[in-house]
Design a protein around this ligand. Structure first.
Ligand SMILES: Nc1ncnc2c1ncn2[C@@H]1O[C@H](COP(=O)(O)OP(=O)(O)OP(=O)(O)O)[C@@H](O)[C@H]1O
Ligand SMILES: [Mg+2]
Length: 231
């Protein structure tokens, strides 16, 4: 089982959304995904409830409470025992012993950030924190910055400038753009299943294109993460 973790010091950086999307991308490959809920606000539990309600939850995926160390340990053991292909951990913002443990147990780390000076500052601080933590533990875990909520059109001068600051760090090959389809996942459920439902209903098909573009972005992220895991 490969553990992929989204972390950032900053709240609202897009961790949970990136994780939901990655879960959907892995599910389209027929993979099983354990979701470790290490945020006491339980956004993934709510996501699952909403998704079940909308008939857009893949039963090969499961949410495990993991918002303290004993729960995390139990979740890890159970998910390993049940031979999940992936575990995805959604952390709360900031640093904590729980987050440190998750980071050190991961196979891949994603640090999402929006392109504002404040967000990028926090992303750089998170990246540095991770590297120092890993060095202290003698660990090498591939880590990449995920540019999240990037405008679809042209970037402003400020966005271009902060984006260039990130170029010195390992980045995922493509950003996640600011898309309604991503924002709506928390209410609607897994994107690939939403797409399947909409595709089956001729009255709804008009909105399909945007969802497909969003899904392609998630699959690209999935391929990137898989490539890093294989290396
Ligand atoms: N690519 C995107 N396009 C549009 N909206 C997005 C995107 N990514 C995230 N959002 C929206 O931004 C808000 C914050 O995202 P999210 O909850 O994923 O951040 P977070 O880092 O998990 O926050 P927290 O620190 O509170 O856990 C949510 O309302 C989400 O729907
Ligand atoms: Mg979150």
């Amino acid at each position: 089982m490969k553990l992929v973790t989204c972390c950032s010091f900053k709240g609202g950086a897009g961790k949970t959304t990136a994780l939901m999307g990655l879960c959907s991308a892995f599910a389209t490959l027929g993979k099983t995904v354990a979701l470790f809920e290490a945020d006491e606000n339980r956004p993934l539990t709510r996501w699952k409830e909403n998704a079940l309600h909308r008939d857009a939850w893949d039963p090969h995926c499961e949410v495990f409470a993991a918002d303290d160390l004993p729960l995390l340990e139990a979740a890890y053991e159970e998910a390993e025992g049940r031979k999940f292909d992936y575990a995805l951990a959604d952390t709360h913002g900031g640093s904590s012993e729980l987050n440190n443990t998750i980071i050190a147990s991961s196979s891949f780390l994603l640090v999402p950030t929006m392109l504002t000076p404040l967000d990028v500052d926090e992303a750089l601080a998170t990246y540095r924190y991770i590297i120092e933590l890993l060095m202290g533990e003698n660990l090498v875990i591939p880590t990449a910055i995920l540019r999240q909520r990037v405008p679809v059109g042209r970037l402003t001068t400020s966005q271009t400038a902060v984006s260039e600051m990130l170029n010195a760090l390992p980045l995922t090959d493509a950003p996640m753009h600011e898309r309604d389809a991503f924002a709506a996942m928390k209410e609607r459920g897994m994107l690939h299943l939403t797409i399947r439902k909409i595709d089956a209903d001729p009255a709804l098909r008009l909105g399909l294109r945007n969802l497909l573009v969003a899904m392609e972005e998630l699959q690209q992220l999935g391929r990137f993460v898989n490539g890093a895991l294989e290396r």
